[in-house]
Design a protein around this ligand. Structure first.
Ligand SMILES: [Zn+2]
Length: 324
């Protein structure tokens, strides 16, 4: 699916929106009368499955070859600057090393930053997902929307209104849910076609030009109250720069929600190459908790809450941060 298939998109989006209406109606009934057993069953019955398929390494191979053909770049450790590292192994033709000083896992040599617009174009959301065995961006809207009920419910423990920006908003399911819960919600996606899909699904503005690209001292209508980044941080080439930009456009009482993975649990450290979060074309740094928190503190954030949404033994980690 790409720009050429735009004509066939409308019936698909209409059908998805209808499914979302149904999910929302059932959840609203359940929220109102949670003790009625039949509503609990009804709610469980409209929960969409997260589609998984056997991974298909060939689906994206020619694109990956092209991205890797143009001079991979050798880098040192992002955290401590040390250039001495120990090889850990390779995946999809890219090498992963461990810093001899601070133990950060990172990709070197790696795809250069100037190719990122191509890496994250619409083929990422369709062909690239097949490589990992994931559903495409359209197939997973209903699942993402269901998940967004829990995500927004949790965010509302900290903030209940204001300007909300979802960076890396994918199909826009979270933007839709945030706006339904009273936030003035916006999305941001790199690719225009994907942003168009997110805009159609959420009914909300989705930026493709970077809403954080502000000069020092400039403000964007006074900034943002909530900025969410789910599965985004691990893709950043310069996380210090991104955190400082986010810090600058966040209001003084603002909130950052940042979910990523960490390499601390044995499920990761025992075999980093095999782990499903090890995707060296995309995840160029693989942090431990202490690396992440060192970056947050250096960017003048205070950690409000640290959570493990898939359990303490799982690599998933979710932070709530506010300006220090
Ligand atoms: Zn290091």
């Amino acid at each position: 699916m790409s720009r050429e298939h735009i004509g066939s998109l409308s019936p698909i989006i209409r059908r998805i929106r209808l499914q979302l209406l149904c999910i929302r109606a059932v959840n609203r009934l359940y929220d109102r009368w949670p003790t009625i057993g039949i509503l609990r069953h009804l709610r469980a019955s409209v929960k969409p499955p997260l589609i998984r398929r056997p991974p298909n390494a060939e689906a994206y191979r020619s694109k990956l070859d092209s991205l890797m053909s143009d001079g991979l770049e050798n880098v040192g450790c992002y955290m401590c600057g040390n250039k001495k590292a120990t090889p850990v192994g390779s995946k999809e033709g890219l090498s992963i090393v461990r810093c001899n000083d601070c133990a950060l896992l990172y990709v070197s040599p790696r795809i250069p930053e100037r190719r990122l617009a191509e890496l994250y174009d619409s083929s990422y959301w369709f062909e690239r997902m097949q490589v990992h065995g994931y559903a495409s961006i359209l197939e997973r809207v209903t699942w993402d929307y269901w998940d967004a009920f829990d995500r927004i419910r949790e965010i509302r423990e900290f903030r209940t209104q204001g300007r909300f920006l979802d960076i890396g908003c994918s199909n826009g399911a979270l933007v839709l849910r945030a706006s339904q819960e009273g936030f003035c919600a916006f999305g941001y996606e790199l690719d225009q076609f994907i942003a168009m899909i997110a805009g159609r699904i959420s009914g909300r503005p989705v930026f493709t030009s970077d809403p954080l690209l502000l000069e020092e001292g400039e403000s964007l209508d006074g900034g943002w109250d909530v900025i969410s980044m789910y599965d985004v941080f691990e893709h950043f080439y310069n996380p210090r720069r991104e955190l400082s930009r986010v810090r600058r456009v966040l209001r003084q009482k603002g909130l950052i929600v940042l979910e990523t993975f960490r390499t601390d649990p044995p499920s990761f450290s025992e075999d980093p190459i095999k782990h499903e979060d090890t995707k060296p074309a995309e995840h160029i740094y693989m942090y431990q908790e202490r690396h992440l928190e060192e970056l947050f503190v250096a960017a003048r954030f205070r950690i409000l809450s640290r959570r493990y949404p898939a359990g303490p033994g799982h690599s998933r980690i979710r932070y709530y941060l506010e300006p220090a």
